[in-house]
Design a protein around this ligand. Structure first.
Ligand code: KG4
Ligand code: ZN
Length: 337
């Protein structure tokens, strides 16, 4: 079964074609980063309008690269939440309309389930069950994953998501938008042991996160410093270390609490090299395997939506003609397969 996947939840238009037998055939992406950079963050209405412009040319490109025609496509999957309402509606409207005109079923995909399943597109996919750490711009979730749609949230962020903390801290340090990857790059120039930042909520039991205090701590430290370029790098290093260490401590706890031996990390922040190195060491210590998507599938993309949609369409799950979108949508409400 060949499935078209459409991702338009935020500031990236992603299209992919996933086939049950042949795997991922093609994927195309347009990032709106340059457009939003001027405003220092995502402008929702501009995002929606740009998705409208990009989605069909990207689809034509993906079909060309895969060498398929519309008659080959047996189902359509589109991100139906969580995300920006207007942006979601573009993918939903295009996805539903194409499915209707082609006479094939369509299904709305949960964006975070897409992230969660993205490592399945790699050569050595994780087997169920596993613990998933989902770290994106909008969410930080630790999930007990027993199967597709069988999710129990073990912990989540009480305020800023991990990626949001990276982005806001980067902005405070004058690193522009989107700052996460820029801050991570700058941290490579930072010296260890110059600053030590707190690891929020690690001194008490539980698996929830809070990153907003760390962000303020970083700002106060920066304001009280000599504000040299080296200091900026040292502070970036200390901030990243604090986030990485906090995530690692909670992942370790989650693995011990659930007695699971597999950890999946996904979402934009899972591209962070420091996080990958730290979690690999933690996995080794616990005798657990650690899985993550290739860097381009850590951040938003159409491939993860095509894959998650394929699984649900293949299992016979479809939606009636007509569509909605869910800017807020708890992942635990998903029906199990
Ligand atoms: O999953 P994603 O593409 O979008 C959402 O679903 O939110 O995640 C984007 C987030 C942004 O906050 C971005 O700054 C962060 O992921 N990010 C990183 C890195 N690459 C992307 N954060 C830290 N280090 C990175 N290398
Ligand atoms: Zn995402």
């Amino acid at each position: 079964m060949l499935v078209l996947g459409i991702e338009t939840s935020c500031d990236e238009t992603g299209i992919a074609l996933y086939d049950g037998e042949r795997g991922l055939l093609s994927h195309t992406l347009f990032s709106q980063v340059a457009m939003h950079a001027e405003y220092g963050g995502v402008v929702p209405e501009l995002a929606s309008r740009d998705h409208v412009r990009r989605v069909l040319p990207l689809l034509q490109q993906a079909m060309g690269e895969a060498g398929v025609s519309r008659a080959d496509i047996a189902g359509v999957a589109y991100t139906s939440g969580p995300g920006l309402m207007g942006a979601l509606l573009v993918g939903a409207a295009v996805g539903r309309s194409l499915a209707w005109s082609w006479g094939v079923p369509a299904v709305g995909v949960h964006h975070m389930e897409g992230h969660l399943l993205a490592p399945m597109l790699e050569e050595t996919p994780p087997a169920f069950p596993f613990v998933a750490l989902l770290v994106s711009g909008g969410h930080t979730l630790l999930v007990d994953v027993q199967g597709v749609g069988q999710y129990t949230i073990l912990g989540e962020s009480l305020d800023d998501a991990a990626g949001e903390a990276f982005d806001k801290t980067a902005k405070m340090l004058g690193l522009g938008y989107p700052g996460g990857p820029v801050l991570a790059k700058l941290a490579e120039q930072g010296r260890p042991d110059i600053y030590k930042f707190p690891r929020p909520m690690t001194d008490r039991p539980g698996l929830d996160f809070s990153f907003s205090g760390l962000k303020t701590f970083t700002l106060t430290t920066w304001q009280a410093s000599d504000q040299s370029e080296q200091t900026k790098a040292d502070i970036a290093y200390a901030f990243q270390q604090a986030v990485v260490e906090t995530l690692a401590i909670k992942c370790k706890r989650a693995l011990q609490q659930t007695s699971l031996k597999r950890l999946v990390i996904a979402g934009g922040v899972s591209a962070n090299k420091g996080l990958r190195v730290r979690l690999a060491a933690m996995g080794k210590e616990l005798g657990a395997e650690v899985y993550y998507p290739r860097p381009e599938f850590c951040t938003d993309n159409g491939a993860m939506i095509a894959y998650a949609g394929y699984l649900r369409l293949q299992a016979g799950q479809t939606e009636e003609l007509g569509f909605g979108a869910s800017p807020r949508w708890p992942i635990e409400e998903l029906p199990p397969l």
